[in-house]
Write a protein that binds this ligand. Sequence first.
Ligand SMILES: Cc1ncc(COP(=O)(O)O)c(C=O)c1O
Length: 435
Amino acid sequence: MQWTRRSFLAAPAALALDGGAPVRKTPLRARHFGPLYYDESEWTFLKEVWQTRSPFRFWNFENQLPDKVATLEREFAQKMGVKYALAVNSGTSALEAALAALEVGPGDEVVVPAWTWHSCFQAVVRHGALPVCAEIDESFNLNPARVEAAISPRTKVMMIVHLQGNPADMDRLLPIARKHGLKVLEDVSQAVGASYKGKRLGSMGHIAAASLQVNKTISAGEGGMVYTNDPRLFERAVRFHDVGALRRVHEDWLGKGSLESVPGSNFRMNEFTGAVLLSQVRKLDRIVEDIRAVARRVYQGIADLPGLKTRLLPDPAGELGVGVYLDLGSKEARDLFLKAMRAENVPASPPSGSVVLPVQPYAEKKLTLHPEWPTFRVGRGPEIRYGASSCPRTLDVLGRFGGVLLDPKFSEADTRDIVTAIRKVYPQVAGRTSG
Ligand SMILES: Cc1ncc(COP(=O)(O)O)c(C=O)c1O
């Protein structure tokens, strides 16, 4: 269908909210990407693990070396354009292992976006270090114009989280990190497969962490990856994830290890998970291509809407396109947009998949596992204040934006319905205030 100038001039169609006919008869729902692509290949790899009875990645009783997780690591590293990748059991474990690799500990500060997943804050606290929240902008990522306000002489790491498929503005953030001598930890959990100006996310900082939990681009339900070009960081992450050990598979990769064993944890991935993820990583490019095509159709279909303000995309070509978000101008108009879209059977949502960290009760109350935990007792820990007053811009952005989550298998008819619903609802509610 073509939209012409005449369709703008015609009287607006009655919103379903006001009793008009909805755009769709049944609701449209975005599903988890990875499992949508499960087929014989995941099944074949799983059967191989089962048949060889070797679910543990580092050995089996026949002394044959299992290969699913090890191959996954090699292929993931190659796909991300880095030298080394370590498979772990979750994105949270990946963050903890990456922070361990960077030797983050008591007295150190880590800058995190005020809007991201709980794990970004909690992994820092678990290392005894202090998370300092920085405001986001209309990209929903760290605001380069505001991030320096969160940096102090004690800051060791800038955690750049690429949220909801959208690469952060690396051209502006990386020089700030360099200027202050900070290590960069990229959290790619919500944007696996996306890139920034031709470089895969996670390949531009010192080290990267990714989640492969079910909401992410590829998944075995749970899983995570740590990846880097730096052999020392890799060795530290490997040792941390496996109670201090460096085993043959990784030694073969690194050459002889150069570090001493330190106490760590057990974040190892098992071969069944590796089987599914090895199959999934080979499908990553196809999934990314599909979701981008869906997003492109929606963006193109609404591009000529007068006054349209969409989410800021520092590199539109590299974005995944997991959702299309619009600035409605106020929280009131945004909430009305969401309600009106849902009535059209095209479910819309506020920015999702993350939380405003400074307003989480555990942050506001500075809770830790033990009363002597160093996080809020050393360095600037006693002074720091979280809460809504520490992130007004973040709350403002998240209040104004609403959008539609996408699914890589949405048909052309589905995306046409999304476009039709936005074209019907947006002009009638954007910027609307009471009265
Ligand atoms: C940005 C970000 N970081 C880390 C994580 C943690 O991943 P996991 O749930 O696999 O532990 C998530 C999960 O949603 C996330 O969105």
